[in-house]
Design a protein around this ligand. Structure first.
Ligand SMILES: NC(=O)c1ccc[n+]([C@@H]2O[C@H](COP(=O)([O-])OP(=O)(O)OC[C@H]3O[C@@H](n4cnc5c(N)ncnc54)[C@H](O)[C@@H]3O)[C@@H](O)[C@H]2O)c1
Length: 388
């Protein structure tokens, strides 16, 4: 490796700082929706010395009680109506772990009750819902953050660092997305695949991650137009399911989506996402700039992470050179813990959201644009209403 190449690499060396938790103030935390992902939230909260888990709600009678019993949380109040919980439990913060369709209503109710919100991804199903959530946040003066834990993966952070370093120059084209050969998420039931609970499929599950990976790196420019496509050939095929052919009847969302998106500043995003396909990967993510390009390998069962060492293609002393960015091993408590921790730190010190709603609103506008354009079968203009 030349001195010049190693100097380039040095600027991307890992820097993982450990922080200490201020226990002088404790936070009263509740959980709305005590299903599968709520397990990950409660495991995070249980590790935090400044958190009291005081309440939970689930529309299924007895589910919140069973959840707290399983996680050995004594004295937590249990509700079947999240509004009752918000009225009685005097919460500082709430995790919203319900299925997609109820993210908006629960988040707005919490913010209107003066409670800060960490809502699971996707932010919502529609752009209108996301706008209403942002308005409720602004009016409440509380915090709304969206649960995009890949943001806390040091390898994802490296992508942003590389783009911001200027090493790639001006970005003009991005290819992103991810795919699973056989990855429709049904191991714990059908809330991911039914229209009435999920509303959107692969797009809302992993598509929003893939968009965030690149849009966050380039500073979240707004979309201008979207040409979108969605399909559901696998989810609606009874032969796809080994044990539950009846799921095909229930399947009401997308299992594949693709789009061509024009962003402000003239950047093009070529996007595709698959829960299922006859292919190993739908391609690596590439970010092409006037001075260099970055290749980010996909993973086999894409879940929003970097699949291997990244490569910068650029010229050094006029010669084409490839700089390898090795995978960084996360030595912290992990990205899921860090997403919750950073949210609570902001609730405590009043600082800006670690995954701001203003950015994820743009992400949701693109997801919504793909759905709408797919329905119409043509390109559409995207405009995001003002949040005032
Ligand atoms: N960040 C991640 O890695 C990750 C992983 C999996 C799921 N998720 C997201 O988490 C959300 C939930 O997924 P899941 O797999 O836990 O689903 P799930 O179906 O297992 O759990 C959802 C729970 O919410 C409850 N619920 C629905 N509406 C409610 C309401 N108004 N009040 C109280 N409870 C309500 C349901 O009864 C159910 O128990 C989804 O939006 C999904 O996209 C995120």
């Amino acid at each position: 490796m030349s001195d010049k190449t190693s100097a380039i690499l040095d600027q991307f060396k890992e820097n993982q700082e450990k922080t200490t938790i201020d226990t002088s103030k404790t936070l009263r935390v509740g959980i709305i929706g005590t299903g599968w992902i709520a397990d990950a939230h409660i495991q995070g909260y249980k590790k935090m010395p400044d958190v009291q888990i005081v309440a939970g709600s689930d529309i299924i009678d007895g589910k919140a009680e069973a959840f707290f019993k399983k996680w050995e949380i004594e004295g937590a109040e249990c509700y079947t109506d999240h509004k009752e919980m918000l009225k009685n439990a005097q919460l500082d913060a709430v995790s919203i772990c319900t299925y997609n369709r109820t993210h908006a209503v629960c988040a707005i109710d919490a913010l209107e009750s003066g409670v800060s919100v960490l809502v699971e991804k996707p932010m919502s199903v529609t752009l209108d819902e996301a706008v209403a959530m942002c308005k409720a946040e602004k009016k409440s003066g509380k915090l709304l953050s969206v649960g995009f834990q890949p943001r806390f993966d040091p390898n994802m952070q490296m992508i942003k660092k590389i783009v911001e370093s200027g090493e790639l120059g001006e970005i003009y084209y991005i290819q992103t997305g991810g795919g699973r050969r056989r990855g429709i998420p049904t191991p714990f039931g059908t809330t991911f695949i039914e229209e009435k609970t999920a509303g959107i499929g692969a797009l809302g599950d992993i598509g929003c991650y893939s968009l965030d990976m690149v849009l966050n790196a380039i500073g979240y420019p707004k979309p201008l137009t979207v040409t979108g496509y969605t399909s559901n050939f696998f989810g609606t095929d009874p032969g796809y399911y080994k044990t539950h052919p009846e799921y095909a009847e229930l399947f009401g969302v997308d299992d594949f989506a693709a789009a061509f998106i024009r962003l402000e500043g003239g950047i093009i995003v070529d996007f595709r996402i698959a829960w299922a396909m006859h292919l190993d990967t739908s391609g690596d993510t590439i970010i092409m700039g006037k001075k260099g390009s970055l290749r980010i390998p996909s993973t086999e069962c894409w879940n929003g992470t970097v699949g291997g060492e990244m490569k910068i293609y650029h010229n050094v002393a006029g010669e084409p050179v490839e700089t390898i960015i090795p995978i960084i091993v996360d030595k912290s408590e992990g990205m899921f813990y860090n997403k919750i921790r950073s949210f609570l730190d902001c609730v405590k010190n009043g600082s800006a959201s670690p995954v701001p709603s203003s950015q994820i609103l743009i992400n949701q506008a693109i997801v919504d644009g793909i759905v709408q354009s797919g329905k119409l079968g043509r390109e559409i203009e995207v405009s995001i209403p003002n949040i005032d």
